[in-house]
Design a protein. Sequence first.
Length: 132
Amino acid sequence: MVTDTREMLLALEPRPESARLARRALHAHGLNEDIEHTVTLLATEIVSNAVRHAGLRTDQRIVFFARLNDDFARVEVADPGIGFDPDHVQSDGYGLKLLAKLAGRWGVDSTKGCRVWFEVDRRSRRIGRFDR
């Protein structure tokens, strides 16, 4: 079975509204309902973190990239900020905790700016869902 892979690339302003724009773009590109909530939630969190913590000037941009197909999504958010070591982050928020719990894999690359990425793979049976 061949799956249709879609890619998207956005240059977002360092403003709170950018998280909503990324989420809407993901919806417009279509996501499998089994992974849609997890992917949009995590994408919103990491774009919001870039806006909040990267210390960007208004003339700088956050780069949002997503590769999507029916069973798999990979999202990357990059900014020119200094980055961080996820093992040494003291955070009162839930963004990185959600990322660690819900993503199949995730990471941070701080070699050139900061790039946070995550993958959600329906086939791995690790799909973040909130059970009540």
